[in-house]
Write a protein of this length. Sequence first.
Length: 340
Amino acid sequence: MVPPFFMFKNRIAYVDIAKGFAIWLMVIGHLDISEQIRIYVYSFHMPLFFILSGLFFKRDRPFLINLKSSIKSILWPYFTFSVINLFVCWVSPYLHPELYYDMHGKEIFFAAIRGIFLGTDQITPTSFMPLGALWFLVSLFTIQVLTSALAALVRNNRIFLLMATIIPIALFLVTRTNMPFSVRSSMMAMPFYCLGYALRDIDFSGIPHRGYFFMILALFFVFIIPLNGFCTIDECIYGKSILLFYVNAVIATIMVLVACSFIAGKRISRYLELIGQQTLVILGMHAFPMIVMKVAGVLFFGNAVLSSLPFILLVSVVVLVVSYMMGVIISKYAPQMLRI
């Protein structure tokens, strides 16, 4: 049996590579990409994160230990990064007044504080999250708490996985609006987390005929993904069909893991591995270099440069590198910031 992926002393290279690729897609998704590219990226990049997170779930640990671990590794970084991003969040309402209900001055600050505790990246007339991307940490915390509680109640593993998949989807479908602490988004994402747990013992580098397997998945990805349209978990949008949403995301995720198993050990993979090991800091700190790059681009080349593909690729790489360096510095000199 292959050991669980969540063994820090025995890191699985292609999992770190997949995390690095996923965080790069997140950065790409926060830039002015075309609608067609956005459909592809958003169809699976956040489900991929939840599935990779599910690989880490320790079902056999007591609920209180899992809860304590989630508070330390997820909730604490969420509040830390939220406070840090208070220093840059004031820019967005002035750049996009139509989205932020024309907020000004101190009302921006108080709206951001309220947004932190509401834990959803939806913008309202009185609240918004300082860094919208942090909704992922809120949702992941909610999912881990609910999954740990269900695991403590249901000992049979198959029944546990069945309940942890069907119940959240049912709750998601019967509700119509997102709730504080991204509860509805969490219901939408929880099946992916549980799938990750179910896949924890699979060695994707050892799949028979994985080259042909990858080609089949890639063909599906290219031709079937656009049929469902735009999807995004944080806004609870699943496209035209919720079934196709889950199928597309799962197939795309498996495709990425197989692809990452191919490049593991090659020179380019090392860079993605390093990025993958700093995804938490990149998630929480990428707004700083991104805003600087965007402002510089507009000042020197005008607004049109923001949607230029070369500029988007340049910004995404610079953001990853700068954010990675921030992660290294924090890990070395201020690990207490994230309790690492």
